[in-house]
Design a protein around this ligand. Structure first.
Ligand code: UGY
Ligand code: MN
Length: 353
């Protein structure tokens, strides 16, 4: 079988500082800071030890000093790292794993492994059509997957004999159901039952309610994108700890738009913000030239394109971050040859008055 071994969201930590001849030009940066927006690119990140954390460096990309009511920062856990036990009072926290694996433990002792895996595109190939060979190929796949603590995107099973192919598809899907790193979210056996397609859980996020004691720990290097804000309480409503993965979230309707939208938090009243994952194919763009009261924090996870903010137009690539103040005109068009995916903070469900 063939695999593409770049981890998912790899480009966020390893951005292409293109055009490359500008990368080392003294004093040059693509970063911009204006009254109603900021565009922050990796060459201007400044990391320093995060207060209350051990062996962790942080770079605040958005903070109230800009006018936001939230912070967005990157936390680089360097190995043998721990978060502080408590974020400040009434602060809620959202973490999204960009690289590596962390353990999240909460007060009651329950523990979750949050990881971002290799997004390997896999084509299973069984030339002879022999069922035993097929079983061995599938077993190899399962071992590889566990060994790399990773998962695969199965694109195609190639096999001359329909029965064997069906057998392989069933085996692979069985592992998908059993495997700890695999979580079947979409399955499609086509009409003649010959091909199988499923996507695995490939990333992880967690929402921690305000003042909720928890610990994030990592033995090896890991990078997180973190959003925090002081929770705007609503009487009679309480938020809950949430752990999840982008692929497990349903695709939502986007009337009048073409991008694919997933929300990582429930659209329920208790939550005063949401995190959207927005996917654009190259050539797709926002139809609405949005101007709205909500604030945004954005991290481009994959791809490249042009972001319009107010009267400025920015070439953007994976790893770039944006602060959008309320009412800044905003628009995006995806370019290049690969999908654009961004992570977007948006305050919701509260009267702006
Ligand atoms: O939901 C939003 O406001 C989103 N569509 N905005 C954006 O992508 N800039
Ligand atoms: Mn918007």
């Amino acid at each position: 079988f063939s695999t593409d071994t770049k981890p998912l969201y790899y480009k966020v930590s390893n951005p292409t500082l293109s055009p490359s001849h500008l990368k080392d030009l003294p004093g040059y940066t693509r970063s911009v800071y204006k009254r109603d927006h900021a565009f922050i690119t990796p060459e201007s990140h400044v990391f320093s030890p995060l207060p209350d954390w051990t062996n962790t460096l942080g770079a605040y990309l958005i903070s109230p000093a800009m006018g936001s009511h939230f912070v967005m920062y990157l936390a680089r856990m360097q190995g043998n790292s721990r978060s502080g036990l408590l974020p400040p009072n009434d602060v809620e926290r959202f973490i999204f794993v960009l690289h590596g694996t962390v353990a999240l433990t909460n007060v009651s002792g329950s523990s979750h492994k949050l990881t971002v895996s290799f997004d390997r595109h896999l084509i299973l190939f069984n030339g002879s059509g022999d069922a035993r060979e097929a079983a061995i190929a599938c077993l190899n796949l399962a071992c590889l997957s566990c060994f790399h603590q990773t998962s695969f995107v199965l694109e195609k099973i190639w096999c001359p004999e329909p029965e064997t192919k069906l057998f392989m598809a069933l085996l692979v899907n069985l592992w998908a159901l059993l495997g700890i790193y695999w979580n079947l979210s979409d399955q499609d056996l086509n009409s003649d039952g010959l091909t199988s397609h499923w996507r695995n859980v490939v990333d992880s996020f967690a929402y921690l309610p305000p003042s909720h004691q928890h610990l994030i720990a990592s033995d090896a290097a890991a990078t997180l994108a973190i959003f925090e804000r002081r929770h705007a309480y609503l009487e009679g409503y309480k938020t809950e700890l949430i752990v999840g993965s982008t692929d497990a979230q349903p695709l939502l309707e986007t009337p009048g738009e073409v991008f694919e939208l997933r929300k990582l938090l429930p659209a329920d009243l208790q939550y005063d913000f949401n995190i959207h994952i927005m996917d654009f194919q190259p050539g797709e763009f926002l139809n609405v030239k949005e101007v709205h009261y909500n604030q945004h924090g954005l991290l481009l996870l994959e791809g490249q394109g042009i972001y319009r903010l107010g009267d400025s137009w920015y070439p953007i690539q994976a790893g770039d971050a944006i602060w959008m103040a309320p009412f800044v005109p905003q628009w995006y068009a995806a370019l290049g040859k690969t999908r654009s995916r961004y992570l977007l903070y948006k305050d919701v469900n509260r009267n702006p008055l």
